[in-house]
Ligand binder design. Structure first.
Ligand code: KG4
Ligand code: ZN
Length: 388
């Protein structure tokens, strides 16, 4: 159980922040089906602010998509249909609760692969209707954005770097429902760049862990790859040019020996680490400027946050900026349903505090759903990828 006491160890002496918002107890079932992970979880908020993940079940479909080198939407949707009922049952059983014990059902309503989103959202609506509970329609990105409050009890505001297969963006998290996108990729997502690198070098899918493994024995300085967008001000990213440079370099050195592959992976990883490190330094400077009285915190989330080289670099950049890096445990950084249940709890608590009743049973499934509706649309914005 995550309690205020344990959270304070991470919270650098700040008072327990969640007291300002949620008033428990609230118990919510969360459902996540927006990509190739089918997941269900039950999370509870206690009246004293304690957060407890009562259950958290997840089934990855990696094996079903491996042969195609990426996620196939139709296969993903069918797999969700096949396994979601069983996962919901398992999540309730593990948590030791029944439908009657729930305060609400929360499900990802987008953005994501629309077939999968429809499966999860429709299932959640059916459960909500049958059990007579409200439904909370969650933006998947909001789930990622609020995870650090579930795990570390972080107060608002904080800076979030979301780096996954479908998204690469800096978000300023100012409150529940208050997100500002500060920067974003203008083409591929970073996880997608890792996956494409792995595909090019025939390292398998998903590519991130394979590239990281190969990079360990490689020479990061052998191939001078570009650091896209570093020469420009701002905190947007671009990875398409790097992908092309990598392909050209690989072709020029073909046939590739295992050493060549390791050196290419190491050089690629070094290039993206340099870019992410420098952009994070700039983002932290912007944060300090706009929120001089807030504790500077950089939260990382998304599958790429598992990369040790990137993590180490970000720790260094945060330390140099006098900031703290918060990295929720890997299992909660990648797609999961506990973050969806938690986002449901935060939204419910916010509604209760305002004396409102929250029930979004009419919410549509949305393939695209920017967290920050006011930010200008970014062309590409990393939504073309395997996990987009
Ligand atoms: O967050 P996630 O599980 O799913 C979504 O994209 O929503 O992220 C998966 C992505 C994949 O592109 C995968 O290759 C990448 O995260 N990834 C990594 C590592 N582990 C996973 N990238 C770099 N290094 C890793 N160790
Ligand atoms: Zn995600």
């Amino acid at each position: 159980m995550i309690r205020p006491e344990s959270a304070s160890a991470n919270a650098a002496g700040s008072s327990f922040p969640l007291a300002s918002a949620p008033a428990g107890p609230l118990t919510v079932l969360g459902i996540e089906t927006s990509c190739d992970e089918t997941a269900a979880a039950v999370v509870r908020l206690a009246p004293d602010g304690g957060r407890e993940i009562l259950s958290d079940v997840i089934r990855s479909q990696t094996g079903e998509h491996e042969a195609f080198g990426g996620v196939v939407p139709e296969i993903a949707a069918r797999a969700h249909i096949r396994i979601l009922d069983g996962l919901v049952r398992a999540a309730l059983k593990d948590a030791g609760v029944g439908f009657d014990d729930l305060d609400a059902v929360a499900a990802t309503a987008g953005p994501g692969l629309i077939g999968g989103v429809i499966v999860g959202l429709t299932t959640a609506k059916a459960i909500a209707l049958a059990a007579g509970k409200p439904l909370v329609a969650i933006n998947h990105l909001e789930g990622h954005a609020l995870t650090a409050r579930l795990t570390d009890g972080l107060p608002f505001p904080y800076l979030l770097l979301l780096v996954s297969g479908g998204h690469t963006q800096f978000l300023l998290v100012e409150g529940v429902g208050r997100y500002r996108r500060l920067g974003s990729t203008i083409d591929d997502a970073l996880g997608e760049a890792f996956d494409k690198t792995a595909k090019l070098l025939q390292l398998g899918f998903p590519g991130g862990p394979a590239v990281e493994r190969a990079a360990r024995s490689g020479d990061p300085s052998r191939f001078p790859l570009p650091r896209p967008m570093l020469d420009r001000p701002g905190i947007d990213f671009s990875f398409a040019g790097l992908k092309t440079a990598l392909r050209t370099t690989a072709e020029a050195n073909a046939p590739l020996s295992p050493t060549d592959v390791a050196d290419l992976c190491a050089s690629f990883q070094q290039a993206v680490t340099d870019v992410v490190g420098e952009k994070s330094r700039r983002a932290l400077a912007l944060f300090a400027e706009s929120h001089p009285n807030a504790e500077p915190v950089l939260v990382i989330a998304g599958g790429v946050a598992a990369n040790a080289a990137i993590r180490t670099r970000l720790e260094g950049e945060a330390a140099k900026a006098g900031a703290r890096l918060v990295a929720p445990p890997g299992r909660l950084c990648t797609d999961n349903a506990a973050m969806i249940a938690w986002a449901g709890i935060e939204r419910l608590a916010q509604a209760h505090a305002a004396g409102e009743v929250l029930d979004e049973r009419d919410a549509p499934a949305r393939p695209r759903w920017p967290l920050d509706a006011e930010a200008a649309a970014v062309i590409g914005s990393g939504r073309k990828g395997a996990k987009a």
